[in-house]
Design a protein around this ligand. Structure first.
Ligand code: ADP
Ligand code: ASP
Ligand code: MG
Length: 449
């Protein structure tokens, strides 16, 4: 019988420095089944790379940012027992980073942005593999671009599942018997071999994709919290870790702002029925959350999420009354501009929808061209400073009293838009970003405390 395979992913804070990486290495070594390790860039590095990619900086400013990154990487390198083993490789990666950072077309070319963005993971995977070897665990650093095939939508590339499965079988599978394979999260390559990235936070997605491609039994997401909580523990200290969650609930939470998981992470897990564990690399003994196909309990209220920096667009035209094809034209424009709509409500002559517009994303999500194009067919109104708060649970459409309990708790707040009914796991509303943390706290108290 084939050995069960576990894919373990370690996030930015887990690989932020030498001691943190040693905790990760112990987790890997303690579980013989862990054959593939997916790592993020060390904490803070991707944000610096985004700054370089998206801002027209002066030469000396570029030098400063590159230096910040160099300091992070070198503090890890210099803690190694034998830095000389990987020193040359790290030097050349930093040189490559420096060259792209100074490329005059960087700010305008998404392919160059992605090449630059990949550097954080390429450096951290080199160092994590070295630390594993230092702890007597045979480990190799593997270039994920050989197998993680994507389309060419730079900064937000979509994986090619079939190609990944085939390539992983040919190139990754043979490596995992002899060594732990340490590879880069978030990074991929298109058919021409050009570097792509999967969008911010994409390393979780990489881990799930590789688990799927290898037919792994489990996928572990090691981060800085001991599991998925009832809500972001940074919003309220009353949040508590959940022992279990279903794929659907976790997918809903990730889509609606629970940053602990990249929104697409659950797709491969669901397709292949791979159990996903979320835990803290600093405190592995505290356990964590198991995400699986079905749970013993399916409570109507499981968790609360908040998705920040939302834009509410309202398009209005009297022509919409009894007219056909208006919505199609609106959504064609949105699709053409590669924006994805989250919540939608309609009335007789208007449609409102929310778009994600996060700072620190590699590409600018809502742009003037989209709005100009929309205004050729209707009146357009854009509201910013909004967040979406979502109640995630089960059978919400058929359980009596669900909405009344939620709305009674937050009757003091102005709800700008409400979406309920399309999905049995989700009740979402748009509120001012000034109120959203309070809304979550008040709701948390009413539903979970
Ligand atoms: P990593 O770098 O390991 O990928 P992230 O910062 O992306 O880590 O995700 C972990 C963070 O997600 C936590 O520190 C926490 O603040 C945030 N978070 C948001 N919602 C939740 C939730 N429901 N449960 C746990 N963590 C959450
Ligand atoms: N390093 C990337 C980011 O910060 C990917 C990840 O951490 O998952 O977005
Ligand atoms: Mg993350």
């Amino acid at each position: 019988m084939q050995q069960a395979i576990n894919v373990a992913k370690f996030g930015g804070t887990s690989v932020a420095n030498y001691d943190a990486i040693k905790n990760c290495a112990s987790i890997v070594i303690n579980k013989q089944n862990t054959r593939v390790v997916v790592v993020s860039a060390a904490a803070g590095v991707t944000n610096e790379l985004v700054l370089l990619a998206n801002t027209a900086l002066r030469t000396e400013q570029i030098t400063e940012v590159v230096e910040k990154i160099r300091v992070i990487e070198f503090s890890i390198l210099n803690s190694l027992k034998d830095p000389s083993e990987v020193e040359d490789k790290l030097f050349s990666l930093l040189e490559e980073l420096d060259t792209i950072a100074r490329h005059e077309e960087l700010n305008f070319r998404d392919d160059l942005k992605d090449e630059l963005m990949s550097m954080g993971e390429r450096m951290s995977s080199l160092l994590v593999a070295a630390i594993l070897r230092e702890m007597d665990c045979p480990a190799i650093n593997f270039d994920v671009r050989k197998i993680l095939r994507t389309d060419s939508k730079f900064t937000q590339a979509a994986p090619d599942i079939q190609a990944i499965r085939l390539l992983a079988g040919q190139l990754l599978r043979p490596e995992i018997d002899g060594a732990v394979v340490v590879t880069q999260g978030f990074v991929g390559a298109d058919e021409q071999g050009r570097t792509t990235t999967l969008g911010r936070g994409g390393s979780d997605f990489t881990a799930a994709l590789l688990a799927e491609a290898l037919g792994a039994d489990t996928c572990e997401i090691w981060t800085d919290v001991i599991g998925v909580y009832t809500t972001d523990p940074r919003i309220t200290d009353k949040a508590r870790p959940l022992p279990e969650l279903s794929f659907e609930e976790a997918a809903e939470m990730a889509t609606f702002g629970a940053k602990v998981l990249h929104p697409a992470t659950m797709e491969p897990a669901l397709r292949q029925n791979i159990n996903v564990f979320v835990g803290s690399s600093k405190e592995p003994e505290k356990g964590g959350t198991w995400i699986k196909q079905s749970c013993e309990h399916e409570p109507p209220f499981r968790a609360l999420t908040r998705r920040r920096e939302q834009v509410l667009v309202t398009v209005k035209t009297p022509k919409m009354m009894y007219a056909q094809g208006f919505l199609e034209r609106v959504f064609k424009i949105i699709a053409k501009n590669k924006l994805s709509v989250d919540l939608v409500t309609t009335s007789e002559i208007a449609v409102s929808f929310t778009l994600d517009n996060p700072a620190n994303s590699i590409s600018e999500r809502i742009n003037k061209e989209t709005l100009t194009e929309l205004s050729t067919i209707c009146e357009v109104n854009v509201e910013e400073g909004l967040d979406v708060v979502t109640v995630v649970g089960n059978n919400m459409h058929s359980s009596a009293g669900v909405s009344s309990k939620v709305f009674a708790a937050i009757s003091d707040f102005n709800l700008r838009m409400i979406c309920f009914g399309a999905n049995v796991h989700n009740l979402s509303f748009v509120v001012s970003d000034k109120d959203s943390a309070d809304v979550v706290r008040v709701l948390h108290q009413a539903l979970f405390e």
